[in-house]
Design a binder for this molecule. Structure first.
Ligand SMILES: [Zn+2]
Length: 177
């Protein structure tokens, strides 16, 4: 999922050639345009997600698109620039699994070395709606906390957040290593 700096060759501002340069000692190299001096910072992307319960189960969707097609993940998606992270979490949950949720609080923020995505996960209550898969999901289901599909989860953040969720809300459920 990591985006290599080598993927970007031309300046988004003027079309000049980008080259890697160390601008400050101790910092990673930056892509700098040889024509206009524009510095192309490769910032992380932010994803906003929710973990919510329906009929005693944790709502997960089976991904219908790459990456990790066919694997399970809780609803979520990328935050648009200018949108609040909390609004994005609510919006993405509605879009992906057709449930209107109210956020209870943040579970944690998940990031990993080499990955270009920061995943922010909220615990949420379902307010209304009926579970329904979106175009980009193969299937949606609510899994009993004891019966999560641990071997078929999509991302490291999926596993980490579900473990945190269980520790907080279902401390007696056994969590696989
Ligand atoms: Zn340029």
């Amino acid at each position: 999922m990591s985006t290599a700096a080598a993927d970007y060759r031309f300046c988004p501002r003027c079309g000049g050639k980008l080259s890697p340069r160390v601008l400050k000692e101790g910092e990673p190299f930056r892509l700098v345009c040889g024509a206009c001096g524009f510095i192309f910072y490769l910032d992380p992307k932010v994803a906003a997600c929710t973990i919510c319960m329906l009929d005693g189960g944790i709502v997960l969707a089976r991904r219908g698109i790459e990456p990790e097609i066919g694997k399970w993940v809780f609803p979520g998606g990328f935050v648009d620039r200018g949108e609040s992270v909390t609004s994005a979490a609510v919006r993405e949950t509605q879009e992906e699994v057709n449930l209107r949720v109210s956020l209870l609080g943040i579970l944690d923020a998940y990031s990993f070395p080499g990955s270009d995505i920061v995943v922010i996960v909220y615990a949420a209550d379902v307010v209304s709606g009926t579970l329904k898969a979106c175009d980009e999901c193969q299937e949606v289901r609510a899994f009993a906390p004891e019966a999560l599909p641990w071997d078929e989860l999509a991302f490291p953040s999926t596993r980490a957040a579900l473990r945190d969720y269980l520790r907080r809300f279902f401390p007696r459920v056994r969590i696989p290593r």
